[in-house]
Ligand binder design. Structure first.
Ligand code: PMP
Ligand code: GLU
Length: 393
């Protein structure tokens, strides 16, 4: 018999779709995969070299639960010089990916029944993670006119005495929207006044195209004290399979996170941590080059999408996704449960293009595409979307 908790959990759509694509590709089908957010780059050479050296020098034993000091010190330098916020060594915990950093945080903070505000659209795993850690996700409606960024008045509508935490994905997965400093200041103010922690998922920090990213913890001492910043290497350094992420929080939360981690996994792989150390210390030029290419692909994708009159989208300022409004086609498809799932199924079977249904992000009138793929795949994929929607008209 499986647990009751599991009954309420939906498997990850993003991971599920990419497995389906892999199966179809194995059967010889040529699929344009615009679904999973996985960089089309390899780990930068210098980061790989550091990991290989670590292996050759037998740096393969157990180490600190909260992560290698060398890596934590690089993370501290990043926060200081790039975000203008100071952390001590015992406020940083390195985990096996940002997913793991988030779940460690939730286990450390939530009590059964605590409410967690999750602005819609949300990244697919947030609600399921919260439920698995005995919390209650409370979905916050946001306004398309504000690019679906949550506002203070949205928060006020859903806040109760049980609200323990607010999730912010900035730059946002799935919309690519980026919060301004003023927007974040308002959010920090209401959260400070109401004892609400902020889980600031900043994993797409580096992938912002207009130099306007602000890390929430940098806003003030109060902001730093209530914020758990999540970041990692999967996106910025194309290290998805290496599984390294981290959290930065106040000392008592960091101690909790470290205690949880110590029992569940001891610490992330030492070789992967050395690789992350190499990425932070030596690879900023490689990362800048990747971001330049993402920006070119963003511009190309927007150019192609703006030629499809029947759809609309949120203009992305960061991350590598485009959230596309497909509501014009709602009456054109027969569907039982989810319109966006039906749309994506048909898009895949008729035109060999994989996208993620918006229902995965809590909004069934949308689909999400990723432009972290090759340019060829992107161009072919958007052409396939155009042909598909034209066939529905
Ligand atoms: N947060 C967001 C918003 C993401 O898109 C992802 C997907 N990778 C993660 C966290 C998890 O990243 P990781 O691979 O480091 O676990
Ligand atoms: N975060 C990426 C996405 O949203 C990768 C998949 C996942 O980790 O769920 O597509």
């Amino acid at each position: 018999m499986l647990s009751n908790e599991l009954k309420n959990i939906t498997p990850s759509y993003t991971i599920g779709i990419s497995s389906k694509v892999a199966e179809l590709q194995e059967k010889g089908l040529n699929i344009c995969n615009l679904s999973i957010g996985e960089p089309d780059f390899n780990v930068p050479t210098k980061a790989k070299d550091i990991a290989i050296d670590a292996f050759n020098n037998n740096k393969t034993k157990y180490n600190n639960v909260s992560g290698l000091n060398e890596l934590k010190n690089e993370v501290i330098k990043k926060f200081k010089f790039e975000n203008n916020v100071d952390y001590d060594l015992d406020e940083i915990v390195i985990s096996s990916g940002a997913k793991h950093a988030i779940t460690n945080t939730l286990i450390s903070i939530l009590n059964p029944g605590d409410e967690v505000l999750v602005p819609k659209p949300y990244w697919v795993s947030y609600p399921e993670m919260i439920k698995l850690c005995s919390g209650l996700p409370v979905f916050v409606d946001t306004d398309k006119k504000n690019n679906f960024k949550v506002t203070v008045s949205d928060i006020k509508k859903y806040m109760t005495s049980k609200t323990k935490m607010l999730f912010i994905s900035n730059p946002s997965n799935p919309t690519g929207a980026i919060y301004t400093k003023e927007e974040l200041e308002g959010i920090v103010d209401i959260c400070t006044k109401n004892n609400i922690y902020i889980l600031a998922d900043e994993i797409y920090e580096k992938i912002s195209y207009e130099d306007d990213f602000v890390s929430i913890a940098s806003l003030s001492n109060e902001a730093k004290n209530i914020t758990i910043t999540i970041n990692g290497f999967s996106k910025s350094a194309a290290m998805t399979g290496m599984r390294v992420g981290y959290s930065a929080s106040n000392k008592s939360i960091a101690k909790g996170i470290s205690t949880v981690q110590g029992h569940l996994v001891s610490h992330p792989s030492t070789i992967s941590q050395w690789c992350a150390y190499g990425a932070l210390k030596y690879c900023s030029d490689d990362i800048d080059d990747m971001v330049k290419i993402y920006k070119q692909k963003r511009d190309l994708a927007i150019d192609l999408l703006s030629n499809i009159n029947s759809i609309d989208y949120i203009y992305p300022k960061g991350a590598f996704y485009i959230f596309i409004d497909i509501s014009n086609f709602k009456s054109k498809l027969d569907y039982k449960d989810s319109f966006s799932v039906e749309f994506c199924d048909k898009l895949l079977s008729n035109n060999n293009v994989a996208a993620v249904p918006g229902v995965a992000f809590g909004m069934d009138d949308y689909i999400r595409i990723s432009y972290a793929c090759s340019e060829e795949t992107l161009v072919k994929g958007i052409k396939g979307i155009k042909e598909f929607v034209n066939s529905l008209l």
